[in-house]
Design a protein around this ligand. Sequence first.
Ligand SMILES: Cc1ncc(COP(=O)(O)O)c(C=O)c1O
Length: 428
Amino acid sequence: MSARDLDAVGLDAVDLDAGDPLAAFRDEFHLLPDTIYMDGNSLGLASKPALAALHDVAEAWKGQGIDGWLGGAHPWYHLSERLGAMAAPFLGAQPREVAIAGSVSVNLHQVLATFFKPHGARTKILIEEAAFPTDAYAVKSHLALHGLDPADHLVVVPSAGGTALDEDAVVAALNGEIALAVLPVVLYRTGQLLDTRRIALAAQACGALLCLDACHSFGAMAHAWHDDGVDAGIFCTYKYGNGGPGAAAGLFVHEKHLGTRPGLPGWFSSRKDKQFDMDDTLVAAEEAGAYQIGTPNILSMAPLLGAFDQIARAGIDRIRAKSLALTGYMIERIDAQLDGLGFTIATPREAARRGGHVALRHAEAARICKALKDARVIPDFRPPDIVRLSPAPLYGSFAEVAETVRILRDIAVERRYLAYPNVRDLVA
Ligand SMILES: Cc1ncc(COP(=O)(O)O)c(C=O)c1O
């Protein structure tokens, strides 16, 4: 690669940034000084509207005390449902099908406790080999709670090299023995986007229920969960949702299942007008709010008022278009500049099969991530050999993508990663 070629890369990026319809949103974030942030798929940067909303709710607490539950601009008593309605358009859901509550892991336990009802020959749960650990732990625990041995009742669809999942294999594994399938929309390591409509239709055809994990797609792309007949879904809000560390998570229950008794009820599962009757018999809500459990974490939900409004203003389709342009540009740069340096792209190249990040495999991935951080580029590492790079569409730029790949090239050409101990101590 000559210096001239590198200049051309820079010019491309300048042109692309100049034509970016979402460029103004960059100012709505607290960017890290002199740093390129490529980790929006783990934790979105601090959004100014999200922090303003948090401040408003804190002020309501200061000014109203207990009356904040029912008073003020955002009565806390209704916040789970209100935020659910704000998130619903990003999921292709009806407002009453979504609630914001708890964490992804807790919400998955709720979905399993509510909808995994083994009966007759239909006793199995289907997941994929590269499932996020919480998903695998949760499904195994629910099999065990039903006295079912995961060795016989957990169907794990293999994925090539533990990463690339073949949808044909998923569809082939859906049969009359599967009670529930738990699958990601986007695989967290490789960024592979599944054809969830095809999978939802296959699940319906064989009578299995489908729960989707949208942690890596929520806020990055549109979904069509209501129309596709997806039974249940879970998602986090701290990645592309920009809700902040540990922000409350989301859950989706399709209209056709609303009214199903929650498996893990609490008093916040109640119909709103019945909750303060304090009766010891639950009258459950007839909306997704029924599947929350206890008092909502208001301060972990407040930022979402600003963050969801920001996504709505940007437009989820424009967000997806920019995300694809950024990752497509990154793939082009990687092809042009990292050839022969030991990298392979683990993310599918086709736009329709790509999520929001690009996964690069390299034998020295852990040390390369350390070298990137020291060069003020924030990636993340996923064992055994993946560098994940996520140019977030609301605040990432094409110039940052070009610069990231240029820095990666320098690190690899100069073997700068050798300066770091070969330990996998990166978390994110
Ligand atoms: C795909 C996926 N599923 C589940 C989780 C677990 O989410 P939580 O820790 O918020 O419960 C994560 C967290 O990053 C994830 O990426």
